[in-house]
Design a binder for this molecule. Structure first.
Ligand SMILES: [Zn+2]
Length: 379
């Protein structure tokens, strides 16, 4: 069994240990030490990184009481100076202890159990086995932060089975021996073997970000400590930009954006009706014709082409063909005053690399050919 230094003291950054064995494995070498402060991947928490001598540690796992360190190069057997990346570890301790506090409060207030935990690159995600509302989660968040402000000492101990029987604590596994209890005042008691901070004040701000219904329970995203600061910084610089773009105070940006979008909708519909009116005016300026007519229009949408054709077709004896686009890619609308076009358009599409169709006296689609071929076809 490897001696686990992280049980005694979660703040050990440097330690010397004896390298007992080094075996080649997938992705490098599997190193076993007599003792370690490297916390292995466990219960949703990622493994510590760092160095054993000059060999960097990329992954750590535990199997049957023995901690395995995966390194890129092989450290020599013997005594090695080891160092864990404590910045990363401390962030995880902040997040993990924050999760204890949140789950402890959710358990006390609403009787729900934590049924999943994942520490991601930016946020922590955890699941509880019942539904919670935004108001309920706000309350949980407030109490959690009060627990931080109270700077409560966090105790860890291994009670004997007699004591354990009398304790009330949250546990994911049904084990009764060597149970390590992590007690955060009267906020939470939980069986856990991961490293935690000494006092809740070290966690810093705890912020619940999002939540959603998930498998009959609730999935919750949160940040704490340094991650909460970097999350705040990102969001703050974003809101500063939005505020400047909208010329609105930061706290009024949502209202300002809503108004902006409403105005933009108004402008869009005005533009649309103006363009349709323009298409109809354009149609009025066209000469009467007994034959087929092909008109090329600049930057017309399908709706505008339709408006144009509708306003023009009565004065055309043959087909009214309106196109817009460029050689190789034209939108088209074709109308007739007296013939059903749904069959005829298939033949037209075949000749002009077209797509589309319709029913009745009007059809629409696209021709993947050039203007000259279109004009020649309808001549
Ligand atoms: Zn824990």
């Amino acid at each position: 069994m490897t001696e686990k230094l992280y049980y005694e003291d979660a703040y050990i950054k440097d330690f010397s240990a004896e390298v007992l064995s080094v075996t080649e494995c997938d992705g490098g070498f599997d190193v076993i030490l007599d003792k370690t402060a490297f916390f292995p991947e466990e219960g949703g928490q990622s493994a510590d990184t760092g160095v054993i001598g000059n060999s960097s540690v990329s992954y750590v796992y535990e199997k049957e009481g023995i901690v395995h360190h995966i390194t890129k190069t092989a450290p020599p057997v013997g005594v090695a100076n080891c160092q864990i990346d404590f910045g990363e570890r401390f962030e995880k301790m902040q997040l993990h202890t924050a999760e204890h506090i949140l789950c402890g409060i959710i358990h006390k207030l609403y009787g729900l159990e934590n049924v999943g935990f994942h520490l991601g690159e930016e946020e922590v995600v955890f699941d509880v086995n019942g539904t919670l509302s935004r108001e309920e989660l706000n309350r949980v968040e407030e109490i959690a932060n009060e627990a931080v402000f109270s700077n409560i000492e966090i105790e860890t101990f291994f009670p004997d089975s007699g004591e354990l029987g009398k304790l009330e604590y949250r546990a994911k596994l049904d084990i009764t021996e060597n149970v390590r209890i992590v007690k955060i005042g009267d906020v939470d008691s939980c069986a856990c073997c991961a490293p935690h901070v000494h006092r809740t004040g070290e966690i810093g701000l705890i912020k619940i970000l999002e939540f959603m219904k998930h498998r009959g329970g609730t999935r919750i995203w949160m940040v704490a400590g340094r991650r909460a600061l970097s999350d705040y910084r990102k969001k703050y610089s974003n809101i500063q930009r939005i505020s400047a773009l909208l010329s609105a105070p930061q706290h009024d940006t949502a209202d300002a954006l809503e108004k902006y979008m409403k105005d933009a909708d108004g402008v869009r519909s005005l533009l649309k009706s103006s363009r349709v009116a323009l298409a109809e005016a354009e149609a009025k300026s066209m000469p009467d014709s007994e034959e087929n007519v092909v008109v090329k229009l600049n930057d017309y949408s399908i709706d505008e082409l339709r408006a144009f054709v509708n306003a023009y077709k009565a004065r055309v004896g043959g087909l009214t063909v309106a196109i817009s686009g460029r050689d190789g890619d034209y939108k088209y609308v074709i109308a007739s005053n007296d013939r059903e076009l749904s069959q005829e358009i298939k033949k037209i599409n075949e000749s002009l690399s077209g797509r589309g169709g319709g029913r009745g006296f009007m059809v629409q689609g696209s021709f993947l050919t050039d203007e000259e071929s279109i004009r020649a076809y309808f001549k």
